[in-house]
Design a binder for this molecule. Structure first.
Ligand SMILES: NC(=O)c1ccc[n+]([C@@H]2O[C@H](COP(=O)([O-])OP(=O)(O)OC[C@H]3O[C@@H](n4cnc5c(N)ncnc54)[C@H](OP(=O)(O)O)[C@@H]3O)[C@@H](O)[C@H]2O)c1
Length: 332
């Protein structure tokens, strides 16, 4: 198959607001190196982490093509060994960088065949977000049946999936979400209590969490909102509870003195997905678990919108503007 030498891609040359996302139509198609495959993307995922690289909150070399995941077809293999047996024409999903583009050269070790019966949209609707969720509930804190769990941003890309997974584990879920429509969505997933933390009543969400849990607090709080909620999350967990910080949607959690944890003997964690799936067997283990949940229908995906590639700027504005529920996708 002959490949084009240039492609359409979204390039970030300098850090800044969404306006720094520039459409290029003559960006070189990468040549896959040893250990890589070249994928023609059918769908790419948009994640909040993309905005951290764009703003420089997470430093990364520029110019840069954002985008940590995609699904499509392998169109070329890098030279050398092919330990995972990939072929040109395989339908795959990948986790790496460079997804806001028609073609991405990505590590074979972070690429996996998509099983029949799952669409690319289903897979990327739940890939990076869903892998985050299954690792958070197993490794960051192993959720037990009957645990009271507080989950912020429960209507978002990760939150929509996590609410379902927590309920399937038998947890009692208190979700937070901004606005009545999001609250209804989270309730529809079976959350036990949903607090609109933007409303006057919901602003004191810690008090509500205490009321609901008989004054004790939750066993674990999963907090991806960060700056605006980190302190409340510490207050909302019970004695010997756990707080897992895993994102910065409102800004990062500031450095905190460890003695803040002492009075209630609280444990905290600040994991990242890529640390849990670094080894091939870990990546395969969790992707298999995720694909099983998707194929069985136990885990439902919600796509907020599929944006054309050249609307990546608008997509990031919508995500940061808290206007979305579920997952945002890009169609290269
Ligand atoms: N550690 C990891 O490995 C890992 C992996 C994946 C995702 N994450 C994190 O998980 C979170 C969710 O990611 P996502 O891609 O699925 O995004 P998302 O949840 O779809 O979007 C972020 C949500 O955060 C809430 N939010 C609260 N305060 C906000 C503010 N000041 N500005 C913007 N949003 C605010 C909004 O929901 P409401 O309006 O309902 O408040 C918004 O919809 C992010 O923090 C992300 O960094 C971490």
């Amino acid at each position: 198959m002959s490949l084009p030498s240039t492609q359409k891609a979204i390039i970030v040359e300098e850090t800044g607001g969404p306006e720094v996302l520039k459409v290029k139509t003559d960006y070189p198609v990468p040549t896959p190196q040893e250990g890589q495959v070249l994928v023609k993307n059918n769908i790419s995922g948009i994640n909040f982490i993309d905005t951290y690289f764009r703003t420089g909150l997470y430093p990364s070399p520029k110019p840069e093509v954002l985008g940590r995941e995609g699904a499509g077809t392998i169109v070329a293999l890098g030279p050398g060994a092919n330990p995972y047996g990939f072929k040109v024409g395989d339908r795959v999903a990948w986790l790496s960088t460079g997804g806001y583009a028609e073609y991405s050269a990505v590590p074979a070790a972070k690429t996996i065949k998509v099983p029949d019966g799952l669409s690319d949209e289903d897979v990327i609707g739940a890939f990076l977000s869903g892998l985050t969720v299954v690792t958070l509930v197993k490794e960051a804190y192993p959720v037990q049946k009957g645990d009271w769990v507080l989950l912020h941003a429960a209507a978002g890309g990760a939150g929509f999936l996590m609410t379902q997974v927590l309920k399937s584990l038998g947890a009692k879920v208190i979700g937070t979400a901004g606005g009545p429509e999001k609250v209804e969505l989270v309730k529809s997933l079976g959350a036990d209590v949903v607090i609109d933390y933007k409303s006057d009543e919901g602003k004191d969400w810690v008090k509500k969490v205490k009321e609901v849990t008989g004054g004790e607090g939750v066993t674990v709080a999963y907090d991806s909102v960060g700056k605006d909620t980190w302190e409340g999350s510490l207050d909302a967990v019970k004695r010997k509870g756990t707080v897992i910080y895993f994102g910065n949607a409102s800004g990062p959690v500031p450095p905190l003195p460890l003695t803040r944890l002492s009075p209630k003997c609280i444990k905290i964690g600040r994991p990242q997905l890529f640390g849990y799936i670094e080894k091939r067997e870990e990546f395969e283990f969790y992707t298999n678990e995720l694909f099983t949940l998707l194929k069985s229908g136990q885990l439902k995906v919600k796509i907020h919108k599929v944006y054309p590639l050249d609307q990546a700027e608008q997509a990031q504005r919508d995500l940061e503007g808290r206007k979305t529920t579920g997952k945002l996708l890009l169609r290269p």
